[in-house]
Design a protein around this ligand. Structure first.
Ligand code: ZN
Length: 141
């Protein structure tokens, strides 16, 4: 669904997330696509088009998240809320692997978000290896 988001609001969101995907932390400038403004609580669940409910997302994370707000955690056998990039701090739930190519989940929020959004999909891990070699990854945010 496409919703009007003012240029000023787009600028605020892009600045808040340092022009990186709020989920997988891919830097927009390293890709060949424009990132999207993702409703953290989907419009279909009553989420509003306001700063507090929007984040910058790469198209892949946005597609995999879709209208999800939670996902099954195999470890705790519970439905767990996905990361809310506006209310939670990325580094409290995720870390980079030593070589910078994989996202390590630090807790249940991290696990379900990595899993639901396929944040370590093989194509992305491969391209991260190239970005690491170029000194462009992981982002310093
Ligand atoms: Zn992403």
């Amino acid at each position: 669904m496409s919703v009007y988001i003012s240029v000023d609001l787009q600028r605020q969101i892009r600045a808040k997330f340092a022009a990186c995907c709020a989920y997988c932390h891919t830097a927009e400038y390293l890709t060949v696509t424009n990132f999207e403004f993702e409703h953290i609580t989907p419009l279909s669940s009553g989420g509003e088009t306001v700063f507090e409910n929007l984040c910058l997302s790469c198209p892949s994370c946005n597609r995999y998240k879709a209208s999800r707000q939670s996902f099954w955690d195999e470890e705790t056998k519970q439905q767990v809320s996905l990361l809310n990039p506006q209310q939670q701090i990325w580094s409290e739930h995720f870390a980079w692997s030593e070589n910078g190519t994989e996202i390590i989940a630090l807790d249940s929020v991290g696990r379900v978000t990595v899993s639901a959004l396929k944040m370590n999909r093989p194509q992305l891990v491969r391209v991260r290896k190239m970005w690491v070699r170029l000194g462009e990854h992981p982002p310093n945010i």
